[in-house]
Write a protein that binds this ligand. Structure first.
Ligand code: ADP
Ligand code: GLC
Length: 480
């Protein structure tokens, strides 16, 4: 089976969040199942600089009016197709934002072109290779099935995965003329979305299968509270919807071998874990006492419940705990955390920005990770935490609900608890969860047992990769 995956980011080349981790890990997990994935990604400067020996394999003279070259290269086990289009991708800033933090004004064209290139590749423009199926991730790739459906190229089976329905790729209708689609594509069955153009909406209408990244989120997005305007579209296609929980790359995230942490350990031998704890405290200027270290590794946004967290810093400190925050995001949240760190030297530490190695050390050395997300399609940081013996304290929603086993009495007695879940996801819920966590922490025997239970839980890609493989097989055998 040959699959063309399409994504706007991929670990280890370009990452702003969990999408990159998934795009980078799923192909490796599918390989032993006989599935070869080639992933089409944009040729951002950082990507072109990092890969070596890329070879041109196709040239587009007019990809939505731009010139582009497809480069092929293998990078750390990943089979990549890079869309090198300097007029679209060769610029300062990140994948989506300019250096001032504002969306690149032509994002619609940057990602429509990516999707259009995918559709052409699916139709066989590369000599010697044609995929059996296209797997498009999020709105940036979701136009691929639209291009295939509207007859510009012969259609192939496809799946669209929703990683976060809050990001939909919605643009003013005036861009429609630049998409090179027939006029009737601007319709309810196509990309028309509340009078605008919706990339994700179009993809969900035209693809053969819709997946999202946890079973709970698959149910949630059918409701107005979580569907963010797309609940009707998805509801009409519920027969084609599946929730498949993400796994983690167990080679990149392994406390027994991780080169980014201070000391290695495993569920069977936790003796050296405290060395990582000391390193975390040192990095954040926290007191080296027994009070629990709560960490945060997150985008600092409302989705992640970070406003709630800034409100409980006082309580964490009052109860003898410490807080180490790694993140970046909304300016007012950044300044609220800055204020908390200034208020409580030795008790609250802050690192603003993106720091991959530090994120590993924090999982290895913190006692618990706080994830009060208001919605969370899957969430990866709780999975890393489980594997690293860092107790996840999470809101009961989406993938968080599906992957953490709450330490209620029954679960503790059965020795299956792996973390703390709370609901409602508001200030009172979070405060209660913190109190429960402090109580659990007082009983170190129980705490260690939970750590070990978490470290033993299956957060690998294996099972989910099999589910994707079965879905791919169904789609391909069904045909168009
Ligand atoms: P989302 O994709 O919604 O941000 P996930 O939990 O799925 O949430 O994935 C977030 C990923 O980004 C994880 O790999 C996490 O470790 C990483 N991450 C988030 N913020 C930072 C940061 N400031 N520095 C380093 N890694 C971060
Ligand atoms: C999105 C979601 C996150 C999920 C990730 C990977 O960024 O917000 O919950 O884990 O995609 O699927």
């Amino acid at each position: 089976m040959q699959v063309l995956a399409v994504a706007s980011e991929i670990f280890p080349l370009v990452k702003t969040g969990g999408l990159a981790d998934v795009a980078g890990a799923l192909p490796l997990a599918l390989k032993p199942l006989g599935i070869r994935t080639r992933t089409l990604i944009p040729g951002y400067p950082s990507v072109l600089a990092a890969v070596q020996g890329a070879v041109a394999c196709h040239r587009f003279d007019d990809l939505l009016g731009e010139e582009a070259t497809v480069l092929e290269v293998e990078h750390r086990g990943l089979d990549l197709l890079i869309l090198d289009a300097p007029s679209l991708y060769d610029r300062a800033g990140g994948p989506y934002l300019d250096p001032a933090g504002i969306d690149h004004v032509d994002n619609w064209k940057r990602f429509a072109a990516l999707s259009r290139a995918a559709a052409e590749i699916a139709a066989g423009v590369l000599s010697g290779w044609q995929p059996d199926l296209v797997h498009a991730h999020d709105w940036q790739a979701a136009m691929a099935p639209v291009y295939m459906r509207y007859g510009l190229v012969p259609e192939r089976p496809s799946a669209v995965t929703i990683h976060n329905i809050a990001f939909q790729g919605q643009f003013a209708s005036s861009i429609f003329a630049g998409l090179d689609l027939p006029p009737h594509a601007f319709s309810i069955e196509g990309v028309e979305y509340y009078g605008d153009v919706g990339f994700l909406k179009g993809g969900l209408q035209t693809t053969h299968a819709i997946t999202t990244v946890s079973p709970s989120y698959a149910e949630e997005i059918l409701t107005p509270a979580f569907g963010m305007g797309l609940e009707g579209v998805i509801g009409a296609r519920v027969a084609d919807l599946t929730g498949i929980v993400n796994g983690i790359d167990a080679h990149v995230w392994d406390p027994a071998t991780d080169p980014m942490i201070s000391a290695h350990y495993s569920a069977g031998n936790m003796k050296r874990r405290p060395e990582n704890r000391r390193a975390v405290a040192e990095h954040f200027g926290l007191d080296q006492d027994q009070g629990p270290i709560f960490c945060v590794v997150s985008r600092l946004t409302w989705q992640k419940g970070m406003d709630l967290l800034t409100e409980v810093a006082d309580e964490i400190v009052a109860r003898g705990g410490k807080l180490a925050v790694l993140g970046s995001g909304d300016a007012d949240l950044e300044s609220a955390f800055r204020a908390a760190a200034a208020r409580y030297p030795g008790r609250v530490g802050l690192s603003l920005g993106y720091n991959e190695p530090l994120s590993h050390l924090m999982q290895a050395g913190s006692d618990a990770i706080l994830i009060p997300s208001r919605f969370e399609p899957c969430g990866l940081t709780q999975l890393y935490a489980l594997r690293y013996g860092c107790i996840p304290v999470v809101g009961h929603t989406g993938g968080l609900a599906d992957t953490v086993i709450d330490a209620n009495e029954a679960a503790l007695n059965a020795r299956v608890a792996t973390g703390v879940q709370f609901s409602p996801i508001d200030l009172s819920g979070l405060r209660l969860a913190l109190r429960r966590t402090f109580r659990l922490y007082e009983n170190q025997k129980l705490w260690t047992q939970m750590q070990k239970q978490g470290m033993k839980s299956d957060v690998s890609w294996e099972k989910s990769a099999e589910t994707y493989a079965a879905l791919y097989a169904r789609l391909v055998s069904k045909g168009i």
